[in-house]
Design a protein around this ligand. Structure first.
Ligand SMILES: Nc1ncnc2c1ncn2[C@@H]1O[C@H](COP(=O)(O)OP(=O)(O)OP(=O)(O)O)[C@@H](O)[C@H]1O
Length: 487
């Protein structure tokens, strides 16, 4: 009696009876042998374990065998013509199968004493071989491991497929870079030039100017564009999570480490890692980052095993890192590492030519989103948009438009639909915000920003998140600006 114990599941039902269920593998197996009794013996043996068994006695049928590529395993005899023992026929058919369906695991069946032939077959891609006459248990074990191999190959290829579609989704840039100004065109030209290289890039500029868009463009135009682009906002990572977020951790390394986890460096391996708000890093975190960049290796928290990583690094900041270096707040050696090429994205107020083009782009986008086709911006409103200094840059412009479109009732957006807090034109026509007179009003951009922040906080009952949202800046930036104004 064969040992079928792995094939059955035994359990007791609610009446206490032992129930035995046949556990069948969903595999499809094809057996090719010119000896009919071999075919029936193998069919009987295998049908207890595997769902689909087909047999053919003439190998010529292999070429025209329907849905061959849906099979998982082929058990293939090495010698077909009676009296011929060279095994060449078997090798020929092995090649044919591998040509038509390279993923199939082929197990060769060879006569005792023909092991050298079997080795030849292994070199040509066979998964394994069994000697005839076979031992049932051994044959079942061989088929079982060939099927496990086949299953894991299937899983790997499915995972690869999923990975590649995920990469496409992650890398998909639904936000094109819009604008015609000379300043933006110069930035795009430099971006395209630098993208082809592997150098580390530092993208600088005020909040909302499009630094992340430029970083994505650098990746899109780079030789790594088929790999992932991973963005990390350093402003939102707390000091004690920095290491685990970036370098990963082992299970049990700290209280919340319930399982091993790869960090962003490993996730970005082969692709681009974008570290936004790099100026927010503590000196301690800067030292760890520098070591990872210099050595091109990371060590997961709780481990001492270095892991090599291959990433292209892009950093961004709205801070003046040179000043931070002078003030001892940023490591000079780190700045030197991340700063091979610097791309400065100009603020929107310095590229006025882009304002109406951007407004038109986002008008189309939001009118489609909110089902308000045909909405247009009238002349005075356009002039107001052009005159406003946009301290929150493009992010503020698109939030302003979105709000105006949501609240609009007619077909035309007028000046009063854009209640900006302040601006060159606004201050002339509508008076300064918060009742400030021209003399007592803010004199510098920083003062104006502070006034706007305070107004937004008032309007949102002191809620920082809502105020930041209204101004089109991140909560962290709002904090930074308030902190700066107190010094
Ligand atoms: N040239 C542009 N064309 C179209 N949309 C733009 C452009 N520049 C920026 N945007 C949009 O403005 C928003 C802010 O851009 P982004 O996040 O790239 O700015 P940022 O400088 O990285 O901001 P932060 O410093 O706050 O991280 C995004 O929604 C982006 O799609």
């Amino acid at each position: 009696m064969y040992n079928y114990c792995q094939t059955f599941l035994r359990f007791r039902n609610q009446n206490g009876w032992e129930v035995v269920v046949l556990r069948m593998q969903n595999a499809k197996i094809l057996v090719v042998d010119d000896n009919k009794s071999v075919l029936s013996a193998l069919e009987i043996l295998l049908q207890f374990e595997y769902k689909t068994i087909r047999t053919i006695s003439n190998p010529n049928q292999i070429s025209s065998f329907p849905d061959l590529d849906t099979y998982d395993i082929v058990l293939l005899d090495m010698n077909f013509s009676a009296g011929v023992n060279t095994g060449n026929e078997g090798l020929f058919w092995l090649r044919e199968i591998r040509k038509k369906a390279p993923h199939i695991s082929v197990i060769m069946m060879t006569a005792y004493g023909a092991v050298d032939l079997a080795v030849k077959a292994l070199k040509e891609g066979a998964a394994d071989f069994v000697l005839k006459p076979w031992n049932n248990d051994k044959l079942l074990a061989t088929v079982k491991s060939a099927y496990s191999l086949r299953k894991s190959q299937k899983e790997v290829s499915q995972l690869r497929e999923k990975e590649s579609s995920l990469k496409q989704v992650i890398n998909q840039n639904n936000n094109p870079i819009v604008g015609n100004s000379k300043a933006l065109q110069a930035v795009l030209k430099l971006t395209a030039k630098v993208a082809k290289t592997e150098v580390n890039v530092l993208v600088t500029g005020e909040n909302g100017t499009g630094k992340e868009l430029i970083a994505r463009e650098l990746h899109r135009l780079s030789p790594r564009s088929d790999e992932v682009f991973i963005a990390v906002d350093m402003g939102s990572i707390s000091e004690n999570l920095f290491e685990s977020e970036l370098f990963g951790h082992l299970k049990g390394a700290f209280t919340d480490a319930k399982e091993d986890r790869a960090g962003k460096f490993e996730a970005a391996n082969g692709g681009t890692l974008f570290l936004d708000e790099i100026g927010n890093l503590s000196l301690q975190a800067q030292a760890k980052l520098l070591s990872a960049i210099q050595n091109k290796t990371i060590v997961r928290v709780g481990s001492n095993k270095p892991i090599s990583v291959d990433i292209r690094l892009i950093c961004a900041t709205n801070e003046n890192l040179d000043n931070m270096v002078s003030d001892g707040l940023f490591r000079e050696d780190l700045l030197y590492r991340i700063n091979t090429i610097r791309i400065e994205v100009p603020p929107l107020r310095e590229r006025e030519d882009d304002i109406l083009i951007l407004a038109d782009f986002y008008l189309k986008k939001f009118t489609a989103k909110y089902g308000k086709p045909g909405l247009r911006i009238n002349q005075t409103a356009q002039e107001k948009l052009l005159a406003y200094p946009w301290p929150g840059n493009i992010r503020e412009l698109l939030h302003t438009l979105e709000r105006a479109i949501i609240l609009s009732e007619g077909n035309v957006l007028k000046s009063e639909d854009f209640p900006m807090a302040s601006g060159r034109e606004t201050s002339r026509q509508d008076g300064l915000p918060g009742g400030a007179s021209e003399e007592s009003g803010p004199k510098t951009l920083e003062e104006m920003e502070l006034l706007m922040i305070n107004n937004a906080l008032d309007q949102n009952d002191g809620n920082y998140t809502a105020a930041a949202e209204q101004l089109g800046i991140s909560r962290q930036t709002l904090y930074n600006k308030l902190k700066k104004s107190k010094h």
